[in-house]
Design a protein around this ligand. Structure first.
Ligand code: IMP
Length: 435
């Protein structure tokens, strides 16, 4: 049995798509367990550039089973668009794509509430992707959500829409002054989605159990990142799901004893989209350089990402709350040519230096980072595939990060293409347990 969970160690956009795509080659099953179409995973292959919002990026390999677990919030219209896009590019998913019947559905009113609530928040807005993620998870927890299995039963679907709209329409009109929805229009649209997606809707926990029993290798593909996790992130500037490794179990119906390793993906620096604290954010030419060289634009919303130095406090916390067994560092080449590099090792707030991640937003918003300075390198690392070929100072940088966060680095990405990767150890192959 081997199961590897891949999570983001920062605020998302760490390059998980590329890492998962590479690892998927050695996996049999790839599972998304949380989030929804707020995520955007970019994979560049010789067939072109693919941006996935919902479907696991492993779908590009033939013969791999790709699964959306119960923890994913599914926008069925968007999902059908993604399936159609793949078909157009010659990739037929056939029977190798499954959706958990227990996964919750994003309804049009979730998107309307998301957008209206953000607008009403003014300066304190979260900067959500506007995809209805938060309101869909609110309904799940309030026990009024509509699940993928409900789309297959017209009576249940209609009743649930009717019941929900009684409250939601009043809420939208009175609180946000936004037009409400009609039952019939939503019912027709979503019933049709159900019929289209019927062949894919299945009992995912049961199938995953069978996969484990058959000795298959399972890869769990996290979306967003540790610091966007609803519990462990920079609350309330977070997404509404469990993006940490624990979410892999609750979001797919797999017990924790099945997980053999957890890989954390981190950029060689830090980025964030949306609002919220970011202690190492750079508002200067260096921040601009990272943004330009790293093409730091959101894959889902196209927003410019905020950029800053690598934050070892943030990363050490990610190692701890996810139980990371190793790291993959992406975009090392973006640091090429920097005379000096900084790594944050603490946050100074009032008279105290915090060496561990504080939960207090007040501290995170007003602290000053404590930096170590490291000499940069001038040579070009883009496309480098061997650790030994890296410049001496790049090796020193990597070794220092490893030391500061007490976690080995298994993979280093030096470019957007699949081949531009240094694999020191394959964490999926290595995670094989002898039972
Ligand atoms: P939501 O997930 O759309 O509710 O947005 C909540 C916060 O998470 C916002 O700051 C978003 O910018 C951020 N966010 C959501 N998904 C992603 C992602 O895939 N990458 C980076 N940030 C994300």
């Amino acid at each position: 049995m081997a199961a590897l969970v891949v999570v983001g160690s920062q605020w998302g956009d760490e390059g998980k798509g590329k890492i998962v795509d590479l690892l998927a080659k050695d996996a049999n099953v790839i599972v998304r367990y949380q989030g929804g179409s707020n995520a955007g995973h970019t994979v560049i292959t010789d067939k072109g550039t693919f941006i996935f919002h919902l479907i696991p990026s492993g779908v590009l390999y033939r013969g791999k089973l790709c699964v959306l677990g119960n923890g994913v919030a599914i926008d069925p219209g968007g999902l059908i668009g993604e399936l159609d896009g793949l078909k157009k590019n010659g990739i037929a998913v056939g029977k190798r794509f499954l959706i958990c019947q227990r996964a919750h559905v994003i309804m049009p009113y979730h998107k309307a509430i998301d957008k209206a609530a953000e607008q009403a928040k003014g300066a304190r807005r979260i900067g959500t992707t506007g995809r209805g993620i938060g309101p869909a998870y609110v309904d799940k927890m309030a026990r009024v959500g509509i699940r993928m299995g409900d789309l297959l039963n017209p009576d249940v679907l209609k009743k649930k829409i009717q019941e929900n709209l009684v409250e939601i329409n009043v809420f939208l009109r009175r609180i946000y002054n936004v037009k409400g929805f009609t039952v019939q229009a939503i019912f027709k649209e979503y019933q049709a989605y159900g019929e289209r997606l019927r062949p894919y809707i299945a009992d995912v926990p049961l199938l995953l159990d069978r996969a484990f029993a058959d000795g298959k290798k399972v890869l769990f593909e996290g979306a967003q990142g540790t610091h966007l996790d609803v519990d462990f992130g920079t609350y309330p500037y977070v997404t509404s799901s469990s993006s940490c490794s624990g979410g892999a179990c609750t979001g797919s119906g797999v017990g924790p004893t099945n997980i053999s390793a957890v890989l954390g993906v981190t950029k060689a620096y830090t980025t964030r989209v949306g609002g919220g604290p970011f202690p190492t954010e750079l508002d200067d030419a260096m921040g601009q350089q990272l943004m330009t060289r790293g093409h730091e634009y959101g894959a889902t919303t196209g927003r410019v990402r905020r950029c800053g130095w690598l934050d070892a406090v943030l990363l050490r916390y990610a190692v701890r709350v996810n139980g990371l067994t190793s790291l993959a560092m992406t975009k090392l080449d973006v640091l090429d040519g920097c005379k000096e590099l900084k790594i944050c090792t603490g946050y100074r707030y009032q008279s105290k230096v915090y060496r561990e991640m504080p939960a207090d937003l007040e501290v995170l918003e007003n602290c000053r980072p404590v930096y170590e300075r490291w000499e940069g390198w001038t040579s070009d690392t883009s496309g480098v595939t061997s650790y030994n070929a890296l410049p001496r100072n790049a090796k020193k940088y990597l070794a220092r990060v490893k030391e500061l966060v007490s976690c080995p680095i298994d993979m280093i990405s030096t470019g957007s293409k699949r081949e531009a990767t240094i694999v020191i150890r394959n964490p999926l192959v290595r995670s094989k347990k002898t039972s």
